[in-house]
Design a protein around this ligand. Structure first.
Ligand code: R5P
Length: 248
């Protein structure tokens, strides 16, 4: 079993009968969703799920996972999602797959937000790492200019050469499920900005910025897949405590 699978499958144990569940996006939570599909086949488990992307929606549908929307649900019992980087204080960078806006909307509606990563995602800080920022396409050049006043490096995310619908990938911006663009921006001078939360606020205040991939103070539980198995960290008040596997 690879480390992503270890973390993803472990987190699926959290889902109980009758729960409203948010399903994240990416290659780690993929294993949570597969496991959930298996459990639905083998157990008397009734859940309703809200996907964070069209990709996850398709996967959930293919596995027969019942889907719902925010028209019918206001709170979610559990949201499980991946991350691109996790600090020792459990701040996250998300949006490597471009699903950050829906992911944040869904995670903000969660009673319990569970993050699944393999141990390669653990970092000391976000210094020099690209932060995905969703921006509106109109006048995106001016939004990028505003971001560049305090970013050390930034690039408009382009479609991957083999992406669905990419005609001339090099010249086509990647478009999110919400019809927006994504800028990946590095901030070498994080120290002078203060903290990821301050950076998020600073970016959000710029006209044209829709959302950032900085998820600070949001994770309730972090499941880390490593060689020895899945390590579980749970937030208790403001601190995170490692838990024995069978407590989970
Ligand atoms: O937009 C994508 C999401 O934020 C993903 O959850 C994140 O990029 C982690 O993905 P993966 O589990 O594939 O590394």
């Amino acid at each position: 079993m690879n480390k992503k699978q270890t973390a993803g499958q472990k987190a699926a144990e959290w889902i109980k009968d009758g729960m409203k569940v948010g399903l994240g996006t990416g290659s780690t939570v993929y294993y949570t969703i597969l496991e959930l599909g298996e459990r639905l086949k083998n157990e008397r488990l009734q859940i309703d799920a809200i996907p964070t992307s069209k990709e996850t929606e398709k996967l959930a549908q293919s596995l027969g996972i019942p889907l719902t929307t925010f028209a019918d649900v206001t709170r979610l019992d559990v949201v499980i999602d991946g991350a691109d980087a996790v600090t020792p204080t459990y701040d996250l960078i998300k949006g490597g797959g471009g699903a950050l806006l829906r992911e944040k909307l869904v995670a903000k509606s969660a009673d319990t937000f569970i993050v699944v990563v393999d141990d390669s995602k653990q970092v000391n800080d976000f210094k020099g790492l690209p932060i995905p920022i969703e921006i509106v396409p109109f006048a995106f050049q001016t939004t990028m200019q505003r971001i560049s006043t305090f970013s050390s490096e930034l690039a408009l995310r382009m479609k991957k050469p083999n992406a669905v619908g990419a005609v001339n990938a090099v010249n086509e911006p990647f478009v999110t499920d919400n019809g927006n663009y994504v800028v990946d921006a590095k901030f070498a001078h994080m120290d002078s900005i203060g903290s990821p939360a301050k950076l998020h606020e600073k970016l959000k205040s710029l006209t044209g910025v829709v959302e950032t991939g900085l998820f600070t103070g949001m994770a309730d539980i972090v499941v880390v897949g490593c060689d020895e198995g899945a390590k579980v960290f749970r937030k208790v008040n403001a601190d995170y405590h490692a838990e024995a596997l069978n407590d989970f």
